[in-house]
Design a protein around this ligand. Structure first.
Ligand code: GLN
Length: 292
């Protein structure tokens, strides 16, 4: 088989992926071609042809994507902020909307802050925060055995690359006894917890490849959030702040959850890039133990 023109094979692959229902067929075909050619997607233009063996490999990867295996699992990594995280079966693939939480922490964390990431998954948030803000001490909590193996792998690789190491804790963010040693000491809590309502219908990439435990948050999607709120109040120092990602159907519910705890002020809803309610932010009141 002869050399192939890269643009032509991408166009054919994009048509194939589009027919399979893939949401971003052109970008995905380009990403797979770039992966096979060992170049960045934006540099594809500089590589006009691919060899017969590269084409064979590309064809096999496009077929996997056609089966709705997530692009990130095929190439083995997901971009998040400035980082690329290793991902695959057993761990939630970080999403672009969650970068809002990264930007928020980077903006609000005081110098030398202590930051706590709950439900860390791949470690995307915790590790990106540690990368962008080397002054900050980052703690991260993950419950799931399979997921925390990915958190560890990514944390090790970021530490080897020179980032300040994070402290990773294997535990349940809803456990009232978790991390007692951090009580009243955390400046910023951030979390992208499982929050999808149980009955939600999801794309195959999500339903079949993200762990159910990382996705679903009970009937209305707020079970984990509701159960973590008292712990968040316990960990935060007076004037410490929290931001939690949630389902777009749960903006008001999450505001109420934090307000009804009684220990937070300035509870407010924030939207994602598509304008949907996606985050709740709040500040820990200064008086401690006064409000039951
Ligand atoms: N936003 C994700 C999705 O649409 C879910 C994220 C989560 O549960 N933390 O699949």
């Amino acid at each position: 088989m002869a050399e192939q023109r890269v643009r032509a094979v991408i166009d054919a692959a994009a048509a194939q992926l589009s027919a399979a229902g893939v949401a971003s067929p052109v970008v995905d075909a380009e990403e797979l071609a770039a992966f096979v050619l060992g170049v960045a997607r934006m540099k594809l233009i500089l590589t006009p042809t691919m060899s017969a063996s590269e084409f064979a490999r590309f064809t096999a990867l496009v077929q996997q994507r056609e089966e709705r295996i997530p692009l990130q699992h095929i190439v083995g990594s997901a971009a998040f902020g400035p980082l690329h995280l290793n991902v695959g079966p057993g761990v939630f693939t970080p999403r672009p909307e969650t970068e809002w939480l990264l930007e928020w922490v980077v903006r609000v964390a005081p110098p030398n802050a202590m930051v706590l990431d709950l439900c860390a998954g791949s470690g995307a948030l915790a590790l990106a925060i540690a990368h962008v803000r080397p002054d900050v001490t980052v703690h991260a909590v993950e419950l799931d055995d399979a997921a925390i193996a990915w958190t560890r792998r990514n944390a090790d690789s970021r530490a080897r690359a020179g980032d300040r190491p994070i402290s990773l804790h294997h535990g349940d963010v809803t456990d009232p006894a978790l991390l007692r040693e951090l009580d009243g000491r955390v400046d910023v809590v951030v979390s992208n917890p499982p929050y999808v309502p149980d009955a939600a219908i999801l794309e195959p990439e999500v339903a079949d490849h993200d762990p159910a435990r990382a996705l679903f948050g009970g009937q209305d999607g707020t079970d984990v959030i509701a159960a973590m709120v008292p712990n968040v109040a316990r960990w935060l120092v007076g004037h410490g702040v929290v931001a939690i990602e949630h389902d777009d159907t749960n903006g008001d519910r999450c505001v109420r959850l934090l307000e009804s705890d009684g220990r937070f002020s300035g509870v407010s809803a924030r939207s994602d890039l598509t304008g949907r309610p996606r985050f709740v932010v709040a500040e820990r009141r200064r008086e401690r133990g006064g409000s039951a």
